[in-house]
Ligand binder design. Sequence first.
Ligand SMILES: NC(=O)c1ccc[n+]([C@@H]2O[C@H](COP(=O)([O-])OP(=O)(O)OC[C@H]3O[C@@H](n4cnc5c(N)ncnc54)[C@H](OP(=O)(O)O)[C@@H]3O)[C@@H](O)[C@H]2O)c1
Length: 245
Amino acid sequence: MKHIVLTGASSGIGAATARKLAADGHRMSLGARRVERLTEVAPDAFRHALDVTDEASVETFLAAATAANGPIDVLINNAGLARGTETILGATGEAWREMVETNVMGVLHVTRRVLPQMVERGSGQVVMIGSIAGHETYEGGSVYCGTKRMLQSITQALRYETLGHGIRVTSVDPGMVDTEFSVVRFRGDEARAASVYDGMTPLAGEDIADVISFVISQPPHVNLDTIVVMPTDQASPKRVHRRTT
Ligand SMILES: NC(=O)c1ccc[n+]([C@@H]2O[C@H](COP(=O)([O-])OP(=O)(O)OC[C@H]3O[C@@H](n4cnc5c(N)ncnc54)[C@H](OP(=O)(O)O)[C@@H]3O)[C@@H](O)[C@H]2O)c1
């Protein structure tokens, strides 16, 4: 059983993944800013406050996780967000900074601090939660899609840079998953967030958790590269089948 560090475990895909991997028997270290939520997610897991945009917070979190659960076998970079749907013309720039700081810089801050111990031990696994937004962009999504596209380059470079060190690097890239993602994107507008899934059946966090569990359960010589997972009602970010009643 492995020591798995999971960022953004307080909600959605992260919370479902924490529950699934804890049930699989792994030693979990969970981080999020809303640390109080983590108790409910997985009461037996190690839980600690984490803001991936704050390097001091990342260092404190990782030191505490290692002290509690030992060397890190698997890092899951899940923390992330989209903020707003403003066009480039209509935006002010604050949301761009937040998305880049969280989805790109946050992943780098955490990953670079976990890698040395994996290289030293000659084994380890890094799972990125990307998005189909990294594969195809859409109006109002320039920077969110850009951050997820950047994650693809980072993931690929990481695979090249760690080749020969026994480290596996996988990107799990979901389509529409019904989490708090849209509530965050629409700045708390619950009705607008719910309308994103009108007439279609989205994925649940548990569906992505099952995929991550499968990725982690592969033998050490098998690296799943990129897994794109969409609801049956979705073919791309812009092609969604909606039933009318
Ligand atoms: N839902 C979708 O349709 C979808 C599709 C493709 C990809 N994704 C990706 O899936 C990942 C998880 O999103 P979700 O759908 O599960 O949304 P969610 O329900 O809003 O969960 C996002 C998680 O990220 C954490 N987080 C955000 N900023 C953070 C920070 N600065 N430091 C630490 N944790 C932070 C949040 O925790 P706190 O707020 O407590 O810190 C929360 O636990 C994201 O990377 C997202 O881009 C989602």
